[in-house]
Design a protein around this ligand. Structure first.
Ligand code: SAH
Length: 413
């Protein structure tokens, strides 16, 4: 392949540069430090334009400061290639003044659409699929939905990719259930992107800021994709939760497993377990695992994931994590290791106090919000635990967000 240059969104593209998927060029002139044309109107990347190494230093510094009273840090793990990492990409569809279809993102805090064809942190193939959907619309006489008039059909497109599997799920979110010339539309999209493995129509006819509605019809393939994380297979359907940066997620979970130091005999609780990823990964080194999760859809996905991986020593419970632990305590049950990955708000005192009373040997806390992590570490370190080590993982380059894994050990053990 020669060094043919193409223009793409005003950037020169050299065909010989490829990203980790092997088939999309990195923009030659586009480095981690170059500006993004829509960064102000989008608001997604607070740190766009900041040198990546500087971002890492700043993130580590902030987390260190917050956790200093409770826990030391091993450092921060950044990405070697911090661009185009998101494997879940969403675009909203609309029309410009001349009724031509546009796709992109909502302007921050408004419902105006900022046209975006390629985003610096989104998977490039996913972005290209969204552009293709848009380009196909006129020949199929499909109009984007207009939020003000309620006229039109296509509201959103969501693309989810399996990093390891290469499988691709495309979700077309429509305002009403019928996609005209459905079969020909599928054919035309597959002709442009034969790598798409499944296409789902999702119907969202409500006036809501939620992207996905309740009704779904699979129009091509199985309706879901699968991906591999830490050697286990996970099913990703349109609505299921899956980390957006699987490369970094693997590092985070591997560190969590190191901290858990399982020998194969332990009873492990995976609290706030979502679709069961952490518990399933832990299951081969544990005696038995219990996963607890509030969201019923996630619990259903978790059970499917356990089955796919033929894990026989894990059970999932749909419950509030705090209530579940109180029930366990009341029954006199024992837990050796708690793995917890709560949402941004952190855990509850009910949960943490039950942990302290049940006194598992170790608690591995995975957090997406260092502030609530600090609050919860304060509680646990005042109630019988020492926070030994922690690691910051940069899961979301160019944004101010991070993930942190933290290892707590019972003091009297
Ligand atoms: N470890 C999971 C993701 C955790 S995200 C994974 O890798 O898939 C946090 C999860 O906590 C979400 O799935 C959310 O539904 C769940 N959650 C929120 N509040 C909860 C509560 N009070 N009790 C149990 N689960 C809760």
């Amino acid at each position: 392949m020669g060094h043919r240059k193409e223009r793409k969104n005003g950037y020169a593209v050299k065909r010989s540069d490829y990203d980790s998927h092997g088939d999309y060029p990195l923009n030659e002139s586009e480095t981690e430090n170059s500006p993004c044309p829509v960064t102000k109107r989008c608001g997604g990347c607070q740190w766009m334009g900041m040198d990546y190494q500087e971002q890492l230093r700043e993130k580590e510094k902030r987390v260190r400061k917050l956790l200093a009273p409770y826990c030391g840090l091993e450092g921060i793990v950044g990405m070697e290639q911090p661009l185009y990492y998101r494997n879940k990409v969403h675009a909203v569809f609309g029309e410009d003044r001349r009724h031509r279809p546009i796709s992109g993102i909502y302007e921050e805090r408004t419902h105006r659409i900022v046209p975006v064809d390629s985003c610096r942190i989104e998977n490039q193939k996913a972005d290209a699929i969204i552009v293709s959907v848009r380009e196909l619309l006129p020949s199929f006489k499909i109009r984007p939905y207009n939020e003000d008039t309620g006229f039109g059909l296509l509201r959103h497109v969501l693309v989810r990719m399996g990093q390891a599997s290469g499988q691709i799920l495309v979700v077309l979110v429509l305002a009403s259930p019928i996609l005209p010339s459905k079969n020909n539309f599928v054919k035309a999209l597959l002709k442009r992107h034969p790598e798409i493995t499944t296409i789902v129509v999702n119907v969202n006819n409500r006036n809501t800021s939620m992207v996905l509605g309740d009704r779904e019809q699979v129009i091509y393939g199985k309706g879901y994709i699968e991906d591999t994380l830490c050697g286990k297979i996970f099913r990703i359907s349109p609505r299921s939760f899956y980390q957006v940066n699987p490369l970094q997620t693997e590092l985070l979970y591997a560190k969590a497993m190191e901290y858990a130091a399982l020998t194969g005999r332990e009873t492990v609780l995976d609290a706030y377990c979502g679709t069961g990823t952490i518990g399933i990964i832990a299951s081969e080194r544990a005696g038995q695992v219990m996963g607890v999760e509030l969201n019923a859809d996630a619990v259903r996905d978790a059970r499917v994931n356990a089955k796919i991986n033929q894990v026989g020593n894990i059970r999932f419970y749909q419950n509030d994590a705090g209530r579940f632990l109180l029930d366990m305590e009341a029954q006199g049950a024992r837990v050796d290791v708690v793995l917890m990955d709560p949402p941004r708000g952190g855990s509850s005192e009910e949960f943490l106090s039950a942990v302290a009373r049940m006194a598992p040997e170790r608690v591995v806390y995975i957090s997406c919000n260092p502030e609530t992590l600090a609050r919860d570490l304060k509680y646990l370190t005042a109630h019988g635990y020492g926070a030994e080590r922690g690691l910051v993982v940069d899961m979301f380059p160019f944004t101010e967000h991070v993930e942190v894994a933290c290892c707590l050990q019972r003091k009297d053990s």
